[in-house]
Design a protein around this ligand. Structure first.
Ligand code: HEM
Ligand SMILES: *[C@@H]1O[C@H](CO)[C@@H](O)[C@H](O)[C@H]1NC(C)=O
Ligand SMILES: *[C@@H]1O[C@H](CO)[C@@H](O)[C@H](O)[C@H]1NC(C)=O
Ligand SMILES: *[C@@H]1O[C@H](CO)[C@@H](O)[C@H](O)[C@H]1NC(C)=O
Length: 328
């Protein structure tokens, strides 16, 4: 009798624990419409501000998309990349590896956050503003418009020495290894690299492919010779280090699948771009995306959603930063 009662009590306890765990874990996850009750206009305020910024400076689109990537790769998607250095700390954004992140990405987030903060102070994280602004900008340049999961909280740590990002000269093995550390796989490498369908690269990032390459008269043999000529003209040796070229020679400001068509034509700008086509493991996917823009589009939404969940802080972790450039 007593034992039966004890067993029942135990069962109830286990059940209660399970239910509690389920509630806690579901509360501790990202969700589309996270601010529906606490700041119902958050997404529309961000869209409006971001559209204004885009109209003034269209380069805000590539700048912000790249900023989101760099944020997620270091300490998770927690807006740590936006924190400014202080006298005692060199922040992520000032690491040599920040690879010259363009100022318009930072400005986009700071402006959108200020607009949201004016309506709902202390509610919406800088990390979510960055994720939502990226979504809006991708749509503004002709890419897919997708629902964004929100509920990220902002990090309080940003150190330059933690910045380890892929490099322009990386092989597929190196890219896959760096992405794998963040839970992204080979498919994600190929799909997310499609972001290079917009934006710019400084000449220094590929000059080793057009001058002084070990074979083929100094030019990377995987590069289309005509394309190599045009890059040599745009980026002569000793060029001003601020000079940039478009990543996508065909539709430089449009978010489409032209990046993959370019790779097939030997018109990838970086080594890390062209290797996706020359390496047999990734060639098939490049070809598929080049032929089927809808397949790329859907895959990009899935991959950037996955990227946007890397190491996120939720629940009581982190904070809601007031000013995106410094911790509270
Ligand atoms: C696969 C590994 C990757 C490598 C090696 C890489 C490398 C680079 C390099 C070297 C630049 C040029 C920087 C400069 O000269 O200023 C660049 C720009 C850019 N990257 Fe990547 N990237 C990678 C993946 C990604 C991903 C996953 C995204 C976003 C989802 C992304 C988005 C961008 C954008 C949009 C630009 C243009 C930025 C601008 O015009 O301001 N990249 N990337
Ligand atoms: C990137 O880091 C370099 C130092 O390595 C710094 O001079 C530059 O201002 C940084 N860029 C941005 C946008 O913070
Ligand atoms: C690749 O690029 C990184 C960063 O610019 C540099 O430190 C490294 O020496 C380069 N490696 C090769 C093989 O060119
Ligand atoms: C990569 O991950 C996605 C899910 O995020 C999965 O659909 C895909 O099959 C994986 N690809 C590889 C090559 O493991």
């Amino acid at each position: 009798m007593g034992e039966k009662l004890q067993l029942q009590i135990m069962r109830c306890l286990v059940l209660a624990l399970l239910v509690n765990a389920a509630i806690q874990s579901s509360a501790a996850q990202l969700a589309v419409g996270f601010y529906a009750n606490t700041c119902p206009n958050a997404e529309s305020i961000i869209t409006e501000t971001v559209t204004q910024k885009f109209n003034q400076a269209p380069t805000s689109a590539p700048a912000t998309l790249r900023l989101f990537f760099h944020d997620c790769m270091v300490e998770g998607c927690d807006a740590s990349v936006i924190i400014a250095s202080t006298p005692g700390n060199t922040a992520e954004k000032d690491a040599p590896d920040n690879l010259s992140l363009a100022g318009d990405g930072f400005d986009t987030v700071i402006r959108a956050k200020e607009a949201v903060e004016a309506k709902c102070p202390g509610i919406v994280s800088c990390a979510d503003v960055l994720a939502l602004a990226t979504r809006d900008l991708v749509a503004l340049v002709g890419g897919p418009k997708y629902p964004v999961q929100t509920g990220r909280r902002d990090g309080r740590i940003s150190v330059a020495s933690a910045v380890k990002l892929p490099h322009a000269n990386n092989s597929v093995d190196q890219l896959v290894a760096i992405f794998a550390q963040k839970g992204l796989n080979q498919t994600d490498v190929v799909t997310l690299s499609g972001a290079h369908t917009i934006g710019f690269s400084h000449c220094s990032q590929f000059s080793n492919r057009i001058f002084g390459f070990s074979s083929n008269n100094g030019v990377d043999p995987t590069m289309n010779p005509g394309f190599a000529k045009s890059l040599q003209l745009a980026c002569p040796q000793n060029v001003d280090p601020s000079v940039v070229v478009n990543f996508d020679v065909t539709t430089p400001t449009k978010f489409d699948n032209a990046y993959y068509k370019n790779l097939r034509a030997g018109e990838g700008v970086l080594t890390s771009d062209e290797v996706l086509f020359t390496d047999g493991r990734t060639k098939g996917l490049v070809t598929l995306y080049a032929k089927k823009s809808g397949t790329f589009s859907n895959a990009f939404v899935a991959a950037i959603t996955k990227m946007g969940s890397i190491g996120v802080k939720v629940g009581n972790d982190g904070e809601i930063r007031q000013d995106c450039s410094k911790v509270n």
